[in-house]
Design a protein around this ligand. Structure first.
Ligand code: GRG
Length: 296
């Protein structure tokens, strides 16, 4: 990982510890939350938010906990995604998944608890911060829009039905629509939340939005790619899940070479979309490069 990205990781870990300490529950539940949350996730989403805050010279410290809420939401989605009724995966972040360690019911419950308590804590954080009511409302609405049926959950539903015969729309297009919702929306959420927190101007927000949707798609395409060419030990999860579940993936649809070309195009689009920021955009450009060539 590039050094300036690695430097941000401890800040996110500290922030997540603060958030878990605010969770209103008993030891067993909090231990299960910690088991999945502190297991070596890359922290891509909050780190991206921090990079955007820095672009606007925002005082990161007071906003970092709000961005880390997105990491908790992301972790809830991984717990539910791994369940036997979904992808039925047994390894995640280098550890047995929560339903393997406990039970499917308990894991489903912990995932829901993480979602619900993260939104509760977010309300508290915003209430006691200097953030205006208008910006706080904007953040809540943006989260709602990106994680619900028009966002991540909707994408997961599309993913579950991608194999069914709806032949009106080409499968390649349906796949792109699905990953736009399932994966890109949460990455977009980090960047949009950081824009709201730092009061970024309209033009900058629009440019960053284009950047976000391109790296969001790039992220999932590389995820698919690593399932085929990646190293299980480095990735920390099994690499036969898509095959086992007969999932439609970028590599399955277009092969390895075309997947690489698509990843290159998305990377180039992302970089071009923020050219107007010149020197200030250098960390986001380096981040896009990291996402393009990541190994885990
Ligand atoms: C109940 C229909 C329904 C939905 C619940 C399960 C779910 C919500 C959504 C699935 C979203 C999902 C898991 C998308 C995949 C995104 C992805 C590529 C995750 C991997 O993220 P990384 O690589 O993981 O950042 P780490 O471990 O580094 O954080």
């Amino acid at each position: 990982m590039i050094s300036f990205i690695a430097e941000k990781k401890p800040l996110i870990e500290e922030s997540l510890s603060r958030l878990v300490a605010m969770m209103p529950y008993n030891d067993d539940i909090l231990r299960a939350v910690e088991y999945t949350l502190f297991a070596g996730g890359k922290r891509v989403r909050p780190i991206l938010g921090v990079l955007v805050l820095e672009m606007f010279d925002d005082d990161c410290e007071s906003h970092i906990d709000i961005l880390s809420i997105i990491e908790i939401i992301h972790t809830y989605s991984l717990i539910h995604d791994d369940l036997p009724c979904m992808d039925n995966d047994s390894m995640r972040r280098g550890r047995p998944t929560l339903h393997i360690k406990h039970s499917a019911g308990f894991a489903a419950y912990i995932g829901s608890f993480m979602l619900e308590s993260s939104l509760y804590i977010l309300q508290e954080l915003m209430h006691y911060s200097a953030l205006s009511l208008e910006r706080s409302n904007q953040i809540m609405e943006t989260i709602d829009e990106h994680i619900g049926f028009n966002g991540m959950v909707g994408g997961q539903v599309l993913d579950m039905h991608l194999n069914s015969a709806d032949n009106e729309i080409k499968i390649e297009q349906r796949y792109i629509n699905m990953i736009e919702l399932k994966t890109a929306r949460l990455i977009e959420l980090s960047i949009k939340t950081a824009c709201i927190l730092s009061g970024a101007d309209e033009l900058s927000c629009r440019a960053l939005s284009v950047y976000a949707s391109n790296i969001g798609l790039l992220f999932q395409i590389i995820d698919d790619y690593l399932e085929v060419i990646g190293d299980e030990k480095i990735i920390g999860k099994s690499t036969d899940s898509d095959f086992k579940n007969k999932k439609i993936t970028a590599v399955g649809l277009m092969g390895i070479n075309e997947t690489e070309k698509l990843a290159d195009r998305l990377y180039a689009n992302a970089v071009n979309s923020i050219a107007g920021f010149e020197e200030r955009g250098r960390h986001l450009i380096a981040f896009a490069e990291y996402l393009r060539y990541r190994k885990n």
